[in-house]
Write a protein that binds this ligand. Structure first.
Ligand SMILES: [Zn+2]
Ligand SMILES: [Zn+2]
Length: 570
């Protein structure tokens, strides 16, 4: 976002709040100035440096000094004052479609609305229609606007956030004042969705670091800017907090801000029992206040009598007990993954040739790749029937010879039909190296029917794994109504695997369900479900799920080399 757009945004917001406060004259001045800034053809900061701000029509002395303050400090004291002066709930209400400043103030004054939540209650209790000028329709519109607002403020998918994180980390590492930088919070724990980012920097020069941080390219708005804590909103509306920590207490801050809350509560309780006090500044002796550990996370965990544990485990689901006993799992790592077990090509609904997919796999240093296109019942996906699949098998075998650096395996993502039978005959299924069986229709069947459908597929002797086993789409669709325990039990008996589909909005099995699979002794297979080469980079997302599910290398099919894989599969 350009500096002009940022300044215009600031002036508009000041103008809006002044409207609410009834200061029409100044409000108008600020909105006019904002319009002028938007239409400038050169950077407003250059104009400021020449001392010519007031030569821009509509910018007088006081607006010029607001702009100067903002350009020099990234902050605006007048905006901050104005924001603080608004009644509770009003700034949020203005964010709703169809609610302007005036309306928001009336709702606040006449109905005592202090938040989106109380507004929702008032609309549902039909209290808004009694206000002069409102009716039943306005209540409906408000409820619709709230729903729309909430979907806007949904959490971000881990897959959307990881590339942003690596951008932020490499940007911050370019500053000489940054010693160490990490993103803490749920992103560090690799939760499937992330609310906002907590960037923790270790530095002895906090001011330089935070000035550098707020000028990061994708920053759209600066919400707070101070030496040790700053907050910005990126162009995609993701909020990012920066905390600058002195090196000697960095580990304590990292531990504290990584969470989870439940993990930290448990840790503090254990600390208290042992005579310690644990907070974001360090681990202290409770009586003498003497500092025990703070610089490194490992030292804190060690002083508390337990092993350090990977952030993905920190959910208070048994990891602390295991860390005390020294029995934490040795989690599967990215370098353990040798292949991708689910990709599509332009033979069905993929948008790249098999060669393109193979070359991408080679560039990712994979040892093997299975080509798993859809089957005939999925007409919209141009699914393969027996004849085309046999043609594809021949093609893949030739390609495999052409690329000695990788093993290209034949495969299919075979539809599980409504009655639990498979979309291809056993004769052709036995000819391919890798069979994924997936449900792509009839999601709404009752629990018994759809559970039995999956169990029937598991009983087919050629099925190796069940694709995206629960069918959920994160924040969009609940999974099928299945009895997962019965399915896992059947899978364990039949030696059939369960997939962790790595597509960002699937991550299916989830972390919790992956752990259940392990408890049943069911092996997991990772598949990117890539439809273009770049999507094969989703594999690490599935890996995060596996790690959050406590899986070790031996629990994940992709960690075996191709010969071992062909032996352990069904
Ligand atoms: Zn599928
Ligand atoms: Zn697929």
């Amino acid at each position: 976002m350009s500096v002009n757009a940022k300044v215009a945004g600031l002036l508009y917001e000041i103008g809006e709040i002044l409207t609410i406060k009834g200061d029409r004259f100044r409000s108008r001045a600020y909105s006019m100035a904002a319009q002028r800034v938007t239409s400038l053809t050169e950077d407003i900061s250059d104009i400021m440096e020449r001392g010519e701000l007031q030569e821009i029509p509509g910018i007088g002395q006081s607006i010029a000094s607001t702009v100067t303050e903002y350009l020099e400090t990234g902050e605006s004291s007048i905006l901050q004052e104005l924001r603080e002066s608004l009644p509770k709930g009003v700034p949020e209400m203005i964010e709703l479609e169809g609610i302007g400043p005036k309306l928001a103030m009336r709702l606040h004054k006449e109905l005592g609305i202090v938040s989106i939540e109380t507004l929702e209650v008032a609309a549902k209790q039909q209290r808004i229609r009694d206000l002069k000028g409102f009716g039943e329709k306005s209540e409906k519109n408000i409820l619709k606007a709230i729903e729309e607002y909430r979907s806007r403020t949904d959490r971000f998918l881990l897959g959307e956030v990881l590339p942003i994180i690596s951008g932020i980390l490499s940007y911050m590492r370019d500053s000489k004042s940054v010693r160490v930088v990490e993103v803490a919070g749920s992103a560090r724990r690799r939760k499937e969705t992330v609310g906002d980012l907590d960037v923790l920097v270790s530095s002895i020069d906090p001011e330089t670091v935070s000035d550098y941080f707020i000028t990061m390219p994708p920053v759209e708005r600066i919400l707070a800017h101070g030496p040790t804590k700053s907050t910005v909103v990126l162009e995609n509306k993701l909020q990012v907090d920066l905390r600058v920590i002195p090196p000697e207490s960095y580990g304590a801050a990292l531990q504290y801000f990584t969470g989870s809350k439940e993990h930290n509560v448990k840790l503090r309780t254990i600390g208290v029992r042992a005579g310690f006090k644990l907070n974001e500044y360090g681990l202290f002796d409770r009586e003498t206040d003497e500092l025990i550990a703070a610089e490194k996370e490992e030292e804190i965990y060690k002083a508390l009598g337990m092993d350090w544990m990977p952030p993905e485990l920190r959910e208070n689901t048994g990891e602390i007990e295991d860390a005390i006993k020294g029995t934490l799992p040795n989690l599967v790592e990215l370098k353990d993954l040798k292949g991708d077990l689910h990709v599509h090509s332009d033979w069905s609904d993929g948008r790249a040739s098999i060669e393109d997919m193979v070359q991408k796999a080679i560039s990712m240093d994979l040892e093997y790749l299975t080509i798993t296109d859809h089957t005939k019942t999925l007409g919209i996906a141009n699914g393969l029937d027996e004849i085309r699949l046999r043609e594809q098998i021949a093609k893949v075998r030739i390609l495999d010879e052409e690329y000695p650096e990788i093993k290209v395996l034949t495969g299919t993502e075979c539809d599980i039909l409504g009655d639990g039978t498979l979309d291809l005959s056993d004769e052709v299924l036995r000819e391919v190296d890798w069979v994924i069986a997936s449900i792509h229709s009839g999601f709404r069947q009752d629990s018994d029917t759809i559970t039995q459908r999956l169990i029937d597929a598991i009983h087919n002797e050629y099925v190796d794994t069940i694709g995206h086993p629960t069918g959920r789409l994160i924040q969009r669709r609940q999974g099928y109504n299945i009895d997962l325990d019965s399915i896992l039990e059947a899978a364990a008996n039949q030696d059939v695997m369960m997939e962790i589909n790595c597509y960002p909005d699937r991550l299916d099995l989830s972390d919790v369900n992956s752990r259940r699979a392990k408890e049943y002794g069911v092996m997991v297979s990772l598949g990117s479900d890539a439809h273009i080469p770049k999507e094969m980079e989703f594999l690490p997302l599935g890996l995060s799920v596996a790690r959050r599910g406590w899986l070790e290398a031996k629990d994940v099919a992709n960690t075996y080399d191709v010969n071992e894989l062909m032996k352990i599969k069904n």
